[in-house]
Design a protein around this ligand. Structure first.
Ligand SMILES: [Zn+2]
Length: 460
């Protein structure tokens, strides 16, 4: 039986509510009661027939409320009232929270970024310049403004510079409504085309002239498409630097056709002495890791392992049976005790036993029942654990079979197996598996992989 206060509690979407009331509930013999709307499917009344219409009204009501809220926000946007948090370079006007005023210190950096860019510096060069000048990045800057004094200096990212260079707000224009919700029913947003954006000019003092902004925009759009599409390598995204925890980047082939992996943070910020290269030949690496993976999978499935697993499942099976039996026994025990309680209650009614005796004995029985119930709960937990273990095992077996049958493994299957691979500076490699049995095999072997020798051979 499902009981709700009124129909709208079941769902604000009439297709959904209708589906439940007309199909799902009757099919599953569920009685539905909406108290305030006088609906009870156990009785065939005219009120039940009105239910679909009430559902539609509920939906219209929700739609209407959402429209009203949207139109208030829309009016604010049309008036050019700024609704977000203040962008880097500005702060909120203490007199009017919808108005922006210049934050002199940050505005100086914004001006510097535009100046350098228009002088021909690239976004990366500008980012590095700002880092070297120890100019705090916007997030650090905001923290400092809030009074947080112990600030470490983060490094400027190219993307931050690019973002500042393409934000029209610096010309005094407010651009809002770049995206909208798909519908009031959904939480998804869609991006709107530029001609639908709401732009209101001269809403606050400009930091950058419109001409400079347009010039910068032209350069940005011109350089946008030139970025090289990166190759999709088998282990891309799984390789981590053991020292800084960052990703290991894989470069495009060099003129000799060699592909190298290198700590991304080191490659990007080598001028700032961050981390060490951790570089290695990716082709040799890939070959070796696949070999090792196959070896581990074979070890897992080889005869002795199979026997071990068989033994284990046998034990598991009897274990599972035992648990089930125990649960059944305890359940029987509980019903016995409950019966005792009932008999005693009757004895009390016919005054065979005294009230004191009744309370004393009843409490004892209740305690026993409670203890049994707790044990059952524990046993049931054990059961689910056993079941989960079994499921993982089945999944792993299937995966290994699939993998061993592949001539060239896919990215997907590699990700099923491996959580991450750590690369040490001495080219020692640690594989972290998603499955414990595979991890156990790996850690039992001492230093299985080292691309060093192979790599050095190839390099010389
Ligand atoms: Zn690193």
């Amino acid at each position: 039986m499902v009981v709700t206060k009124d129909l709208s509690r079941l769902g604000r979407n009439y297709v959904q509510s209708g589906l439940y009331i007309e199909t799902y509930f009757p099919e599953h013999e569920v009685r539905f009661v909406a108290i305030l709307d006088n609906i009870d499917t156990a009785y065939d009344t005219s009120n039940n027939d009105i239910a679909p219409f009430k559902s539609i009204l509920n939906e219209m009501y929700a739609k209407d409320t959402s429209k009203k809220i949207n139109s208030v926000l829309q009016t604010k946007r049309n008036l050019g009232e700024y609704l977000g948090t203040a962008p880097y370079g500005y702060k909120k006007d203490p007199q009017n929270k919808y108005h922006l005023i210049i934050d002199e210190e940050a505005a100086k950096t914004v001006k510097l970024i535009y100046k350098k860019y228009l002088e021909g510096y690239g976004t990366m060069q500008i980012a590095d310049y700002l880092s070297k000048q120890k100019i705090p990045i916007p997030s650090d800057y905001n923290k400092r403004k809030k009074g947080n004094k112990a600030i470490s200096y983060g490094l400027w990212q190219q993307s931050t510079v690019r973002f500042i260079l393409s934000n029209e707000i610096y010309t005094g224009t407010i651009v809002q409504g770049k995206r909208k919700k798909v519908s009031f029913k959904s939480k998804k947003f869609i991006n709107l085309p530029e001609e639908d954006w709401i732009k209101v000019e001269n809403m606050h003092e400009a930091i950058i002239s419109k001409e400079d902004f347009e010039r910068a925009k032209k350069i940005i759009t011109a350089t946008k498409g030139t970025r090289i599409i990166q190759n999709d390598y088998l282990f891309k995204g799984l390789l981590k630097c053991s020292d800084c925890g960052g990703y290991i980047g894989i470069k495009s082939p060099d003129k000799n056709g060699n592909i190298y992996g290198r700590c991304q943070k080191n490659a990007r910020y080598s001028k700032f002495n961050i981390c060490t290269p951790h570089s290695f030949n990716y082709q040799v690496f890939e070959e070796q890791i696949i070999k090792v993976l196959k070896e581990i999978c074979k070890q897992y499935t080889n005869k002795t392992k199979l026997e071990e697993i068989a033994k284990k499942t046998k034990i598991n099976k009897t274990e599972t049976q035992n648990t089930q039996k125990q649960i059944e026994l305890l359940t029987q025990e509980i019903s016995k005790e409950t019966k005792k309680l009932e008999i005693m209650y009757e004895d009390r009614l016919t005054e065979i036993i005294t009230p004191e005796e009744y309370i004393k004995k009843a409490n004892k029985i209740k305690e026993t029942i409670k203890k049994h119930e707790e044990t059952i709960k524990e046993l049931k937990n054990q059961q689910t654990n056993q079941k989960n273990e079994k499921e993982t095992e089945t999944k792993l077996n299937k995966l290994i079979q699939e993998f061993l049958n592949m001539t060239k493994p896919t990215k997907e299957i590699i990700r099923e197996f491996i959580n991450k691979i750590e690369i040490h500076n001495d080219k020692q490699i640690d594989i972290y598996f998603n499955f414990k049995p595979l991890q156990d095999i790996t850690t039992n072997q001492t230093k299985i992989i080292c691309a060093k020798k192979e790599y050095e051979k190839k390099a010389s």
